[in-house]
Design a protein. Sequence first.
Length: 224
Amino acid sequence: MPHATAAWLVDNTALSFPQIAEFCGLHILEVQAIADDTAGTKLTGRDPVRAHELSMEEIEKGQANPNYRLQMSKGPEQQRRTKGPRYTPVSKRQDKPDGIAWIIRNHPEVSDGAISKLIGTTRTTISAIRDRSHWNIANITPKDPVTLGLCSQRELDSAIAKAAKAAGIEAPVDERLPGDREALLEELRAKRDAAHRLPSSAGEEDRPAPSYSLPEGVVDPFRR
């Protein structure tokens, strides 16, 4: 449960976002979204100390040195997956076409089979989006599947790297932070600000923006 573990570390420690992302196997922007309460779902924190995956001594080492890489005491129990498509929560299934369209547009070398495993959909749906014969093609907007919560950044990067190797082309380097990633951050920031401007049902004033503290030396990517 990497996202739940990251939520606990954000709320209960002064570890830097890169440290939490590295320990939980997440992208730093996923940790940023959790910290800003802009993640797709509200997460209940999972204590890695009680799960005997991380000691308080290890956390203290990380808090003292932002460059320190946390060492897991024991690996989490691996969940066995049966053959079949990836399970996707009902609330996110409507986002699948947008994620598929993003991969097709930005990485056409990724095969339908790889997309099917990554997103958890059928090849028929992927083919319909490729040739624009999908029944809802007019309303499909390409969006990063990682931002939509359909897969992790590592899974997406792995699928892209394998497809590039099979096609005999150089695997792309993720340099989207100044471009697409910055646009995604702006979108998350706008949604967060819009939510805070909405008055409560009791007529109270706008709620203040959520705050969080960062250890000394760590730069907040949202601060200009």
